[in-house]
Design a protein. Sequence first.
Length: 225
Amino acid sequence: MAAAPIYIGPMSRGHMQESLAACLADFRPERNQTTRALALYSAAIAVSDTESLQQAATICRGLGASHEQVYEVMLQSYLFLGFPRMLTAAERLNDGNAGILRDPVDAALWLERGQRLCRQVYDSNYEPLKQRVEHMAPEIFLWMELEGYGKVLSRPGLDIVDREMAIVSCLMIENRPVQLHSHLRGAINVGAAPEIIRDVISDLAPVAPDGYAAAVELMKKLGLF
């Protein structure tokens, strides 16, 4: 993977927005186009610059992503970025048509599929994670499976690899190395090719240098860089 230019020094929000705008302007991926475009859109939600949000969504559609795929990346962002940034993204994505409730409330189903996906993502780390989190606060683990993995990340409309790469992207912007480690491993566990992961993290190097450095270090530990 070619070395990407890295900004040295504290990354202000303004500089991050400028770097993202430049990244979007130059974004012409030759492989893994849709996955990388969706990940870049997720980064735009994290940065929360309205012009970049609109441009990133346009790029996604130009590279073959459906409205539903972009919509799902927008929806899942609240798990990692909160409602304010999700709502900003939703407003920019709205095309004037009324939304459709695609996944009606079914708590039992959400919990069932959330437990299944959580086990898939964490693999052998599932039981240690469950014990650790339940020891701290049992509600958190229940909500993680019910709401995070069941209600949101198991929704139809977006492949789980694309979901995980979008999560990796926003966690790089936020520079959350602990969660980034979990979702890099999770991406691998659900079938993401190392090439796709390297492409996504490389795309974001100019925008999130600290997150990029953390991702590279984690990838080295996993033997994938």
